[in-house]
Design a protein around this ligand. Structure first.
Ligand SMILES: NC(=O)c1ccc[n+]([C@@H]2O[C@H](COP(=O)([O-])OP(=O)(O)OC[C@H]3O[C@@H](n4cnc5c(N)ncnc54)[C@H](OP(=O)(O)O)[C@@H]3O)[C@@H](O)[C@H]2O)c1
Length: 260
């Protein structure tokens, strides 16, 4: 039996990763802050699929959050074969008027915790000569987004880091994949306090989290370095960058994202 550690497993894309990986007979370690939601998911999936599901309720914005997760795994003798680095959030609004603590927590969760867990999990994967690391980026990985500036910058980091790691890890037999979803039907926009009108224009073609995870698992199987999920968004990302100067593009995106 292989074990998958999924961060942000209490809702959205992470919960669907848990469903699909349990169905393909992975034991699970489910991490997020909402202990009750994680426990309900763990109980249901272990009953349905006859797998072991371990719950670790942990705030990953805490500086020692990933280490606490790791220490708990070590105390239970659990090795991670598949890491789904999925927990993340964005907050809509101007950088200057937002809370500094919130900006720094976002970097801590979307970047620092992701790197920390990747490093810790990779040591065992490298020694065993197998394993998979899936890091959730975004279509925002490809483009600076005024009013979601920190969020887009964290996701640019995720894509760049993952692609580099993909290449470095080939000799170890470890797969690394950056998943870059377009707008997806989850709690993300509510958590981000996204203006409703803007949400509608950005997310006219919301993908389901099931479709995102299916595409991600196919791309992982094929050994891709990245995948943009939600086919409708794919052309916009690369083509605009190729044609337009960076200032023109960020100006246009800024006007679109000014929203409320
Ligand atoms: N939805 C989209 O349109 C979209 C598009 C591109 C990329 N993404 C990315 O997809 C990933 C999953 O997001 P989602 O769309 O599924 O949104 P979601 O439904 O809001 O799920 C976010 C998950 O992250 C967990 N989380 C948030 N803060 C945390 C913290 N401090 N410590 C530990 N866990 C925390 C949440 O659980 P708790 O609240 O229980 O802690 C939840 O399980 C994120 O990285 C997001 O940036 C989403």
């Amino acid at each position: 039996m292989t074990t998958a550690l999924i961060t942000g497993a209490s809702s959205g894309i992470g919960a669907v990763f848990a469903e699909k990986l349990a169905a393909s007979q992975h034991d699970l370690v489910l991490v997020a802050r909402s202990a009750d939601k994680l426990q309900a998911l763990a109980n249901r999936l272990s009953q349905q699929h006859g797998i072991q599901a371990t719950v670790i309720a942990q705030d990953l914005t805490a500086a020692d959050g990933p280490k606490r997760v790791w220490d708990q795994l070590a105390s239970q003798g659990i090795e991670v074969d598949v890491l789904i680095n999925n927990a993340g959030y964005g907050t809509y609004g101007e950088f200057a008027t937002g809370e500094l603590d919130n900006h720094l927590n976002m970097i801590q969760l979307n970047v620092v915790a992701l790197v920390d867990l990747a490093y810790r999990c990779l040591q065992g994967m490298k020694a065993r000569g197998s394993g998979s690391i899936v890091n959730i980026g975004s279509t925002a990985s490809f483009q600076a987004l005024p009013y979601l500036g920190i969020y887009a910058a964290t996701k640019a980091f995720v894509l760049s880091f993952s692609e580099a790691l993909w290449q470095e890890c080939k000799p170890y037999g470890v797969k690394v994949l950056a998943v870059c979803p377009g707008p997806t039907e989850t709690e993300f926009f509510k958590v981000a306090d996204f203006p409703t009108s803007l949400g509608e224009s950005v997310g006219q073609n919301y993908a389901s989290p099931e479709a995102v995870v299916d595409e991600a698992l196919k791309a992982l199987e094929k050994g891709q370095a990245n995948v943009v999920t939600g086919g409708d968004h794919e052309p916009g990302v690369g083509e605009c960058r190729a044609v337009l100067p960076r200032e023109t593009l960020v100006g246009a995106v800024g006007k679109m994202f000014k929203g409320k």
